[in-house]
Design a protein around this ligand. Structure first.
Ligand code: PMP
Length: 385
């Protein structure tokens, strides 16, 4: 139950375990092309340009940054935790003048504040993290996409902890780049960097006056490869992660079979149930309200008297795996629970039970604050917990 790598569907693991074929073999060309097509549906970006790369989420951030930034460009980075800071550092490497707007821990930067900053500066692009995995804070991307459109600023959404879990309607919300990695809600072992890019961003890239500052990431190399695979022709720039792409084809198929709306609502229901369970035990979370809480992961704070070391030792003795805190300044004050992808109600109940037992063993008296009558209808299974 960590926020990635998550647990993967057996059918995905089976596909990943197949005999590795040539990257230009007909069966692989079909898997790659079909995966690109399905990405448009999962991202809800029917006219976007998908990219599938060997690499991690940080490579996806690098690819968007290096292709869209030229030295001297201005970039606005909205930070709700660790990964916002990473994006600011990354963009500076490509010569961007970066303004970082940082939310207090557990909160978001208001669209009003962002709009005021966009009015002040001549920004070429703006980045924001949909769900920052260090804080479990969720930003509403829709108004920010529209602000980008209003001010002619390219928008990049770090969706590493949200794509295929949280609601994203890339094209409708006017977001230029939505990027992620395979090991989270997309449901494939680590090793793929994925993104869909709008025509507006591709146009901005075509108008560059200098080549992208990163040789490997340069879309000049990769765009023809993506186009070729989609047209079911062989192509090469760097050897693709053949087995992972085969897993991706299976996972995207399963995601679309569930249906995007059903998937969003399952994540909302399970994330909401987990938060209610914590609340009922008197546990506070890093996000200050439900409105800014992610559904793909949660970040509960340790109650007074419970130490990170003591709690984690108890959890290690259970059959649930949780993650520690990530924000350097307060990493021993909270823990993180992933609940994305193939997660089920049973997983949530087991996890809540393990947390409750660990807290009790650490000397915390669980005092149930919420009576069952106060709990929403959709957390019925947790009433029995
Ligand atoms: N952004 C966010 C929001 C993330 O959660 C992560 C990984 N946890 C990254 C970026 C970086 O991804 P990776 O570790 O795959 O490079």
């Amino acid at each position: 139950m960590i926020p990635g790598p998550i647990e993967f569907e057996p059918a995905v693991m089976q596909a990943v375990g197949m005999a590795t074929t040539s990257h230009v073999a007909p069966n692989f060309i079909e898997s790659f092309g079909h995966s690109l097509e399905m990405m448009r549906e999962v991202w809800m970006a029917p006219s976007g340009q998908p990219f599938i790369m060997a690499g991690t989420g940080t490579l996806a951030m690098d690819m968007a940054g290096s292709n869209l930034v030229e030295p001297g460009d201005r970039a606005l980075v909205i930070s709700t935790g660790y990964f916002g800071v990473r994006y600011a550092e990354l963009l500076k490497r490509y010569g961007a003048g970066v303004t970082l707007l940082t939310a207090p821990v557990g909160e978001v930067v208001s669209p009003q504040k962002i709009e005021a900053e966009l009015q002040r500066g001549q920004y070429k692009l703006m980045t924001f993290t949909h769900v920052d995995t260090s804080t479990a804070v969720m930003v509403d991307p829709e108004p920010l996409g529209r602000l980008g459109e209003k001010y002619g600023v390219l928008t990049i959404l770090d969706g590493v902890c949200s794509v295929a879990g949280e609601e994203i309607r890339q094209e409708e919300w006017k977001i230029d780049v939505v990027l992620t990695a395979s090991q989270k809600a997309v449901g494939v072992p680590p090793g793929l960097a994925l993104m869909v890019v709008s025509e507006r961003a591709m146009q901005a890239w075509r108008q560059r006056s200098s080549p992208a500052g990163n040789y490997y990431c340069d879309w000049t190399h990769w765009l023809p490869v993506m186009k070729a695979y989609e047209e079911r022709r062989p192509a090469y720039f760097g050897t693709p992660a053949v087995n992972l792409v085969c897993g991706l084809e299976v996972s995207l198929g399963l995601i679309l079979k569930e249906g995007m709306e059903a998937r969003f609502s399952r994540h909302r229901r399970l994330g909401g149930s987990f938060r209610e369970a914590m609340k009922s035990m008197g546990i506070r979370m890093i996000p200050v309200s439900d409105e800014v809480s992610a559904n793909t992961l949660s970040a509960p704070l340790y109650p007074e008297g419970v130490s990170a070391a003591g709690f984690m030792k108890e959890i290690a003795a259970s059959d649930v795996i949780l993650a520690g805190g990530l924000l350097p300044e307060m990493k021993d004050r909270y823990f993180r629970v992933g609940h994305m992808g193939a997660v089920t109600t049973g997983d949530i109940v087991t996890t809540v039970n393990a947390i409750e037992t660990a807290l009790k063993n650490c000397g915390y008296t669980v005092s149930y604050g919420g009576s069952p009558e106060e709990l929403p209808q959709d957390i019925e299974p947790l009433r029995r917990c």
